[in-house]
Design a protein around this ligand. Structure first.
Ligand code: CP
Ligand code: NVA
Length: 306
C-alpha cells in the first residue's frame, strides 16, 4: 500500500521514526550511499516556493534520485487537463509526487488518482513538511518535545493547523492566539484535542497573544496574508498587528524561549526585525531542517533503506 502524506495525521504512527532518521541524515548517515538511487519525484508547484522547491530537489539529489520541477506553465494541468488524469499519467513515469496546491480538494483528488505516494508540500489546509522541520528544530534547541509549550500567534492558517496536530501528537502544550474569526480549522482542532488527550499534551485556542506567550518555550508565527489571499492584505494587516512577535511578546515567554517562523517573513509585520534577526530566532535552522526531514520522509514513502 502506498503511503500518502497529505496531513500531519498521516504521520502519527511514524513521527518519532522520521524525526530520528532526519537527525541521523543530518549527521551524515548514508552520505556516501544512494538510498533512493534511480527514484524519481515529480514536484508540481501551483504557487511560488523557495525552501520547498530547493530542499526537495537537493534532498533527492543527495539521496541519489532525481526531482522534476513542474510549474503550471509546464503542465497541461495549467490549461485545463484534470488533476485526476495528471495523477494517472505521472504515476506511469515517477515513483512519487510532491504537490503544492491552492485547494485541498485538488490535493485529495491527486492522491486518490495517483498509484504512487503523494506528499503535500502545502495547500490551503495543511503544511506537514514544514511542521516536521519545526519539530526537529524544537528537539535540537529544547532536547525534547514532550511537555514543552508551543505558542502560535497570528492567522489560524495551513501552518497553524499542521503545527497544532504535530504538537498534539508529540505531547506538547499548544496554544494558538488568533483574532476572532481566524482560528485554526474546527475539525482539525477537535482531532488535535483528541490527540492531546492520548499523548498527554494540551491544545488551547484563545484570542489574547500576550496571554498565550506567557511562559512559552517556543513562540511561532507565520505570514498574515497567505498565498492566494492577497486581496485581503490591507484588512488583515490592521487586524493582526497586535499579534506581531516582538521583544515585548518574547519578554512574556521563558527567558530561553526560541522564536520561530516558517518563512518567508515580513519584518515589521508578523515579526519585528529585532526578534527575527536576534539571538532567540531559529528561523534559518527551521529552513535548513526542511532538507533533512524531507529526505527522511522520501526514504519512508519512496522506499530505500532506513
Ligand atoms: N516555508 C515554506 O514552505 O517556504 P517556501 O514557500 O519558500 O517553500
Ligand atoms: N501560510 C503561508 C505559508 C507559506 C510557506 C502560505 O500559505 O502562503
Amino acid at each position: 500500500m502506498k503511503r500518502d502524506v497529505i496531513s500531519m495525521l498521516d504521520l502519527e504512527d511514524v513521527l518519532p521514526e522520521v524525526l530520528q532518521l532526519a537527525k541521523d541524515l543530518k549527521k551524515g548517515k548514508y552520505a556516501n550511499e544512494q538510498p533512493l538511487r534511480g527514484k524519481k519525484l515529480a514536484m508540481i508547484f501551483e504557487k511560488s516556493s523557495t525552501r520547498t522547491r530547493v530542499s526537495f530537489e537537493v534532498g533527492m539529489l543527495e539521496l541519489g534520485g532525481h526531482a522534476l520541477n513542474l510549474s503550471m506553465k509546464d503542465l497541461q494541468l495549467g490549461r485545463g487537463e484534470t488533476v485526476a488524469d495528471t495523477a494517472k499519467v505521472l504515476s506511469r513515469y515517477v515513483d512519487g509526487i510532491m504537490y503544492r496546491a491552492y485547494q485541498h480538494e485538488m490535493m485529495l483528488d491527486l492522491a486518490k488518482n495517483a498509484s504512487v505516494p503523494v506528499i503535500n508540500a502545502l495547500d490551503n489546509f495543511e503544511h506537514p513538511c514544514q511542521i516536521l522541520a519545526d519539530l526537529l528544530t524544537v528537539i535540537e534547541y529544547k532536547k525534547q518535545l514532550k511537555g514543552k509549550k508551543m505558542t502560535y500567534v497570528g492567522d489560524g492558517n495551513n501552518v497553524c493547523n499542521s503545527l497544532m496536530l504535530g504538537c498534539a501528537m508529540s505531547g506538547m502544550h499548544f496554544v494558538a492566539a488568533c483574532p476572532n474569526g481566524y482560528d485554526p480549522d474546527l475539525g482539525l482542532t477537535k482531532k488535535a484535542l483528541a490527540l492531546a488527550k492520548n499523548y498527554k499534551g494540551t491544545v488551547e485556542i484563545i484570542e489574547d497573544p500576550m496571554e498565550a506567550a506567557k511562559d512559552a518555550d517556543v513562540v511561532y508565527t507565520d505570514v498574515w496574508v497567505s498565498m492566494g489571499q492577497e486581496a485581503e492584505a490591507n484588512a488583515r494587516e490592521k487586524l493582526f498587528m497586535p499579534y506581531q512577535i516582538n521583544s515585548a511578546m518574547m519578554a512574556k515567554a521563558k527567558k530561553d524561549a526560541i522564536a520561530m517562523h516558517c518563512l518567508p517573513a515580513h519584518r515589521g509585520m508578523e515579526i519585528s526585525a529585532e526578534v527575527m534577526d536576534g539571538p532567540q530566532s531559529v528561523v534559518f535552522d527551521q529552513a535548513e531542517n526542511r532538507l533533512h526531514v524531507q529526505k527522511a520522509l522520501m526514504m519512508l514513502v519512496l522506499g530505500g533503506k532506513k
